[in-house]
Design a binder for this molecule. Structure first.
Ligand code: AHG
Ligand code: MN
Ligand code: MN
Ligand code: MN
Length: 305
């Protein structure tokens, strides 16, 4: 008998069961080496798709499409609001995150956000999210998520899930997972104030390790376990003017999880969970991590170049 996770209501239990089941199917495909090559298609964000992007999207969609508590499904790999029923909950998905990294063996995963009473694109915002987090398709199949204000981690042993609360809040570490250190011009306001992101515990600036897995779920798993700062800024380069990560199904669920652990988030000016949503696939600069580092980012943005 496979056990899943008991949420707060039977409606949410059903949605979690569907998500956990789909993650098992995707993980089994990945372990067989299935889908690890480019497809001929691309998605709403303009990303080239690998075959596993499509396999993962279909696994989640098929698991959710018969649930009459699900109103809409939103996915990186599909356009628009996909109507399922008149139920109360909508599920936004990044069905395979870090898909290009999966091609070279870096752990990928899936990101999910459950929104209550969403009716329009604009309703898929940080105030309506009730649960969210991610699966890691790595050495093991794992889950890290916030269900309401409680935070859990899950491990699948091939038959059952063991899900337990994450105690102790967000750790603190001298680690910066920052994109744009290399191939992108960082925004001037951040370049100028970079030193302010570094911890000065004990009065001296501490050396910081740089980490960038190009797989948000991998960078966020390290964030949950060790703390630090994750940053994907916008850049004055074509296609990156609003950053690269998508607000609804990457930034909001990750911000929701890390804020439930006592961390913080910003787009440079306001919490990601406070941002208005215009379009389902809109992009945003993303800074998520320890409160002190997010405060430093917002101070740098205010101070300007
Ligand atoms: P996805 O595979 O769902 O399109 O997401 C990839 C994202 C995210 O996982 C990661 O943080 C970022 O893209 C990496 O971007 P770069 O390739 O520009 O480093
Ligand atoms: Mn993609
Ligand atoms: Mn992604
Ligand atoms: Mn994806």
């Amino acid at each position: 008998m496979t056990t899943y996770f008991n949420s707060r209501t039977p409606a949410l239990d059903g949605i979690y069961t569907a998500l956990f089941l789909a993650s098992e199917k995707i993980y089994a495909e990945l372990k067989k080496g299935a889908g690890l090559k480019f497809a001929t298609s691309s998605n709403e964000s303009g990303d080239d798709q690998i075959e596993l992007d499509v396999i993962a999207d279909e696994a989640f969609f098929n698991a959710l499409k018969t649930d009459n508590n699900v109103r809409y499904v939103v996915s990186e790999e599909r356009p628009g609001l996909n109507k399922i029923s008149d139920g109360p909950y909508s599920v936004a998905l990044d069905p395979l995150d870090g898909s290009k990294s999966a091609l070279v063996g870096i752990p990928s995963g899936a990101i999910f956000a459950i929104f209550e009473n969403a009716e329009t694109d604009a309703d898929f915002n940080g105030r309506n999210i009730v649960s969210g987090g991610f699966f890691v398709f790595g050495m093991n199949l794992e889950a890290y998520f916030a269900d309401g204000d409680k935070v859990y981690k899950g491990l699948f042993d091939g038959t059952d899930w063991t899900v337990m609360p994450i105690e102790g809040g967000l750790p603190s570490a001298d680690v910066l997972a920052i994109n744009g250190q290399n191939q992108m011009v960082w925004p001037e306001w951040l370049q100028r104030h970079y030193a302010s992101l570094l911890d000065t515990r004990g009065g001296t600036v501490k050396p910081h390790n740089m980490r960038w897995y190009a797989s948000m779920v991998s960078d966020m798993k390290r964030m949950v376990l060790q703390g630090g700062l994750f940053a994907y800024p916008s850049a004055n380069i074509k296609g990156y003017e609003e950053g690269k990560l998508r607000l609804v199904y990457e930034a909001i669920p990750m911000a929701f999880l890390i804020q439930a652990m006592g961390g913080a988030s910003t787009n440079g000016e306001q919490s990601i969970l406070e941002m208005p949503v215009e379009k389902l696939h809109q992009k945003t600069p993303v800074f998520i991590g320890e409160k002190s580092k997010i405060a430093a980012v917002e101070a740098a943005r205010k101070a300007g170049p």
